[in-house]
Design a protein around this ligand. Sequence first.
Ligand code: PLP
Length: 404
Amino acid sequence: MVNIPAGDYKYVLNENFSPEFNGQELSYFNTDNIKKVLDFQKKHELYTNTPLESLPDLAEYLNIADIKVKDESHRFGLNAFKVMGGIYAIAKYLADQLGRDIESLSFQELQSPAVREEIGNITFITATDGNHGRGVAWAARVLGQQSVIYMPKGSLPSRLEAVRDEGAHAEITDYNYDETVRMTAGLAEENGWVMVQDTAWEGYDQIPLWIVQGYAAIAHEIIQELEEKNAEPPTHIFLQAGVGSFAAAIAAYFKQYYKENAPTFLIVEPDQADCYYQSFSSVNGDMEIVTGDMATIMAGLACGEPNPRAFRILSQYATAAFSCSDRVSALGMRILGNPLNSDPRIISGESGAVPLGLLYHLRAGSEEDCAAINLDENARVLTINTEGDTDRQHYLDMVWEGFY
Ligand SMILES: Cc1ncc(COP(=O)(O)O)c(C=O)c1O
């Protein structure tokens, strides 16, 4: 194995970690609730369960028992997991406007002239690195409504085009992600548009909760598939975090399902936007915010302010937070794209690959760090490839040209 340069990641154990099962927060994510969410998502004709790949040769190489990667690059043809939140949140909003239970509604009915007449034209607005915006734009379109999408400065023109291609009015702002969120919230208020944000704040929590429930359906799919195949559940799940909604969704679902036998949850962030790492490092583990440009290739994770609900969940159930350089992500992309022997090839983008890159760094690099999180030869690791090559040129720069 290669020598891993020191300083490519740092980590902190979460001193507030508690394995106690907190029924109240987790009740939003109980199996019945999330099964209903997935039942709705499944009604779309493009729904398929994304592949849960096994990488036995890499597991053997890294001397651990198992590696599984859930590959969200196959989600609804959108190359990322994000639409699972937007589609559920927008449909749930429309269902509430109609005074109907979402279980009784189909996509056809939601698009029908009768529904349009009853609730009128609605504009959904959001701030996004690209993946969420593409998901919201897609969901608004397939549900017969409009969307307006703002992206933080530095967003790549190719990602902007991908959002516009879904029929949205989309622009890149001069602000970072968190500032763009505030700007969009102001526009929503001024224009009577509906904000569909993948993070929450005081007084704005309902739609973000639906989004997190939408993501939790991914965990439901994973557990169902493991059980159908009589496969053992993971012992460790590495979860990449921007605002932490995705990580909290997966952790909350696994926690309510396996309770005290739940896996170890490990948060993975870019070192330029490591708000969970900073929070776990702070006195009392209080929520900390990262500001500035947050320049990282992991655009989806470049968020400095945690979602408070996600923070409550993760600061109880996550064991540690890892803060990683861009090199860790690039390495993950190269490993997944160039598998060993008969392992499947997985096309993974910057925000999708960082957990796998970190796993490699840990097993190849530091016995001491592995020991701190019990990542030994018995570990069964799950990571989720949250995006494919959402920026094709960047992907080639990294994997062919060896950038980072
Ligand atoms: C590809 C990808 N992975 C992970 C995340 C992280 O999600 P969250 O912001 O909920 O932590 C994002 C967010 O945009 C993303 O686009």
